[in-house]
Design a protein around this ligand. Structure first.
Ligand SMILES: Nc1ncnc2c1ncn2[C@@H]1O[C@H](COP(=O)(O)OP(=O)(O)OP(=O)(O)O)[C@@H](O)[C@H]1O
Ligand SMILES: Nc1ncnc2c1ncn2[C@@H]1O[C@H](COP(=O)(O)OP(=O)(O)OP(=O)(O)O)[C@@H](O)[C@H]1O
Ligand SMILES: [Mg+2]
Ligand SMILES: [Mg+2]
Lengths: 256, 256
């Protein structure tokens, strides 16, 4: 039975996609069967692991709006143990189309339930919004990773996201946990970075991952060749950070 | 009569807010009457120029959904010649509330029309989405600045945004122009950065600003003290880049 982990933060550019791709790839390298779900119409997770959007005919959109089965849409990536449920720009329209569904917050859960037994982990990459698709991801998820860039605006948005998680827990998914807050793009030479890390630790110490992801150009280069960092440059600081994160999550859930 | 400039890109974290705040502040320093409109429920432009969200009672939400007059909601900032039309988290709900408005794409235009004569420039900071509020901004705008981070994913999203601009031009606002594509967070030492800049120049050379905004920690520190970079550290590379951008826009529009 898969553990479903959402990666969410309405603040843009904080490293949601980079985290989703690389933690999923790290689970796959450790031989856990993993599915990466791209729930962002930008489809960055889909292209970041090497798929060409022109070749994508069916996507998460079809599962959520046209009743397509997830297993008929899922693609095998270049990596063993890593499958992808791709996104498509049509997903932008799904929110409006689903507004009047009777069970509009539970659509993603219904899409993923039939395939939950085939995987150890399902990782969902969310768009920079707290709209209906992100809420669907939080309802389907067992837990959520919150990437937080070591920047002022990212710190500001953290409270709003944790509020949303509380609302989802109280009304839609009481079992939703916080897998952890992940500090991203950390650069130890910058005063602001260190201030933000200590501020987040001060308020949320018990849920901040000990793994910190450093700013590392290999992480931003890797998607341009359609590979997770661990395939692009396994020795890089970024790849090592994400492998450590995967191990920390396994330990925390007594799965090692 | 104000020139209304939207700052938009559905890719998150590319520097929309940083650009909106600092180009608006640069126009104000050059003594052009400027209004900064925060059209993002995250309200980063509002806090980035020093306002405390707890003190914001009326916002753009009230103008768009509750028929409040812009002039009753606008706040004076610490800088002469710079006013702000603040945002609020309620704006998240505005998209759903406006879905059934007869003229749902023209609401922002109707909000700004009555005050257009009081300003030389109105700069609109958009959220990382192509939803109804962003479309409203593009309909109200005379032109749009597209910030593009020197990264792979930002390059990928550019085509989608330019497509959306074309759709808005053909159906809703035929006068909408592209003010320019602005390369942001440029670091000349990184190969990927240089590749992205030359790729954007290759495809869109005629609309790329010659001003490039460099990665500069002063730009990310300034919002934590609620000031535009030009007030926080006028000598900094970031502040100088944005002043040059303002001058480039003035020259382009024969306003110097
Ligand atoms: N640790 C890191 N070091 C260097 N670059 C990084 C790092 N993490 C992410 N990046 C780069 O920063 C940019 C933003 O990251 P990413 O796209 O993963 O964020 P996101 O939260 O998914 O954005 P969006 O809100 O648009 O979905 C990308 O270009 C990515 O390659
Ligand atoms: N040129 C720059 N140099 C250094 N840091 C920058 C620069 N431009 C922006 N930043 C920082 O990068 C982060 C992202 O920028 P910003 O918030 O302006 O992007 P955005 O596109 O408005 O994000 P969102 O999609 O969430 O609205 C912020 O923390 C900001 O302070
Ligand atoms: Mg993303
Ligand atoms: Mg912003």
């Amino acid at each position: 039975m898969a553990r479903i982990i959402g990666v969410a933060n309405q603040k843009g550019g904080v490293g949601k996609t980079t985290t989703a791709i690389n933690v999923a790839a790290s689970f796959a390298v450790l031989e856990y069967n993993t599915l990466l779900v791209d729930a962002d119409p930008q489809a960055n997770s889909t292209t970041g692991v090497g798929f060409d959007l022109h070749n994508i005919t069916n996507s998460l959109y079809d599962c959520m709006v046209n009743n397509a089965k997830a297993e008929d849409v899922i693609l095998k990536s270049d990596m063993p143990h890593l499958d992808v449920l791709p996104s498509h720009i049509d997903l932008v329209g799904a929110e409006i189309e689903m507004i009047n569904y009777p069970n509009r917050e539970n659509v993603m859960k219904a899409v993923l339930d039939p395939i939950k037994d085939k995987y150890d982990f399902i990782v969902i990459d969310c768009s920079p919004s707290l709209g209906l698709i992100t809420v669907n991801s939080l309802v389907a998820a067992d837990s959520v990773i919150v990437p937080v860039q070591c920047e002022f605006f990212a710190l500001e948005g953290l409270g709003k996201l944790l509020n949303t998680v509380k609302i989802v827990q109280s009304r839609l998914n009481p079992d939703l946990q916080i897998e952890g807050i992940l500090m991203t793009m950390y650069d130890g030479r910058l005063r602001l970075c260190n201030q933000v890390v200590s501020e987040v630790r001060r308020h949320f110490d018990d849920i901040v991952f000990s793994t910190i992801v450093h700013r590392n150009t290999r992480l931003s280069e890797a998607p341009s060749v359609g590979k997770p960092a661990i395939l692009y440059d396994a020795e890089s600081k970024g790849a090592v950070n994400y492998l450590n994160l995967a191990k920390e999550i396994l330990q925390k859930n007594d799965m090692t």
